[in-house]
Design a protein around this ligand. Structure first.
Ligand SMILES: [Zn+2]
Length: 268
C-alpha cells in the first residue's frame, strides 16, 4: 500500500515536471544564450525526470517480482504464530559419514560427507528459526561419528524423528534420482514420514522419483523412533554431482525436507 502511494506521488511529480518544461515554454526559440535561466531549469528538470522515471521503473519491477512461495509460507507461519504439529517434537538430523569416512566421492571430487553436512546444517537452521521443535545434529562439523554413537544419541534423547541424510552412488555411474529408506520392520508412521519427505524432495529438486525402499541400515534399525534415511541424488552421476555442488541445490533439499516434516506433522 505504502509503495502504491509512493509510486503515484512520483508519477504526479513527473507529469508536473514534463508539463512545466516541454509543453509550456519554448526553450530553443527566442533565446540565444545557451546558459539562460530557462535552459538550465529545463535541463535540470530533464535530469530530475529521468531520475524519477528510473525510480518508477524500479518500483514497478519490485512490485511485479513474485515473492518465492516458500518465503511467503515461512513468513505466514511465523507471523500468524500458529503452533504447528512439529512444535516440541525432538528431531535428530543425521549428516551421513564425516571425518575419516568421506562416504561416496564423485568423479568431480565432490565428497558425500560435505554435502550431507551442508544440507543437515541448513535444515537445522530452518527448523530452529521457524518452528518450536527441539532439534539436534549427530555432527555439526567434519568429524567421524560411529553409527552406534548416532543411534545411541537419538535413543537417549527420546527423539520423535530421526532423519539421516545421504547421497547415493552407483558403480555403473548411470543411476539417477532420489530414494528414501525405512527399515523392514519400521512402523507405519515411519513409512508415512518417508513418503512425505520423498514427495517433497522430488517436487523441489525435480529429480527422478525412485520411490520408497526397505533396507537394514544400522541407523534405521537401531533407532527406536520414526527413522528414515534419505538418498538425495547420485554423486556418481555427473549431472547430479554438478547440482549437488551448488549451494542452491543444498538449500532446496533442506527446504524440501523442512516442508515435508511440517506437512507430515500437520497431517499426522
Ligand atoms: Zn552414505
Amino acid at each position: 500500500m505504502i509503495r502504491n502511494i509512493r509510486s503515484v506521488t512520483v508519477i504526479c511529480i513527473i507529469i508536473s515536471l514534463f508539463s512545466g518544461s516541454i509543453f509550456s515554454e519554448s526553450v530553443f526559440a527566442g533565446s540565444n544564450d545557451f546558459f539562460s535561466r530557462e535552459n538550465i531549469i529545463t535541463i535540470a528538470k530533464g535530469f530530475a525526470s529521468l531520475y524519477l522515471l528510473n525510480k518508477v521503473n524500479k518500483l514497478i519491477t519490485e512490485q511485479n517480482e513474485p515473492e518465492p512461495v516458500f518465503e511467503q509460507q515461512i513468513r505466514t507461519e511465523k507471523s500468524s504464530g500458529i503452533s504447528s504439529g512439529i512444535d516440541n517434537k525432538i528431531i535428530v538430523i543425521d549428516a551421513g559419514h564425516g571425518g575419516s569416512d568421506p562416504g561416496a566421492i564423485g568423479k568431480g571430487g565432490l565428497r558425500e560427507k560435505d554435502v550431507t553436512l551442508d544440507i543437515a546444517l541448513r535444515l537445522y537452521q530452518l527448523l530452529r528459526a521457524y518452528t518450536k521443535a527441539r532439534v539436534y545434529l549427530t555432527r555439526d562439523k567434519d568429524q567421524y561419528v560411529s553409527l552406534q554413537e548416532r543411534s545411541v544419541m537419538a535413543n537417549s534423547l527420546g527423539a520423535d524423528a530421526f532423519i539421516s541424510i545421504h547421497i547415493n552412488a552407483a558403480e555403473n555411474g548411470i543411476e539417477k534420482g532420489i530414494e528414501t529408506y525405512a527399515h523392514y520392520n519400521s512402523p507405519e508412521e515411519a513409512w508415512a514420514l518417508a513418503w512425505y519427505l520423498q514427495e517433497s524432495l522430488v517436487k523441489e529438486l525435480g529429480l527422478l522419483d525412485r520411490g520408497l525402499k526397505a533396507d537394514n541400515f544400522h541407523v534405521i534399525r537401531e533407532t527406536k523412533m520414526k527413522a528414515v534415511l534419505l538418498e538425495v541424488g547420485f554423486i556418481s552421476d555427473r549431472t547430479e554431482e554438478g547440482l549437488l555442488k551448488q549451494p542452491a541445490t543444498r538449500e532446496k533439499a533442506a527446504r524440501a525436507i523442512y516442508q515435508g516434516l511440517l506437512t507430515y506433522y500437520d497431517k499426522g
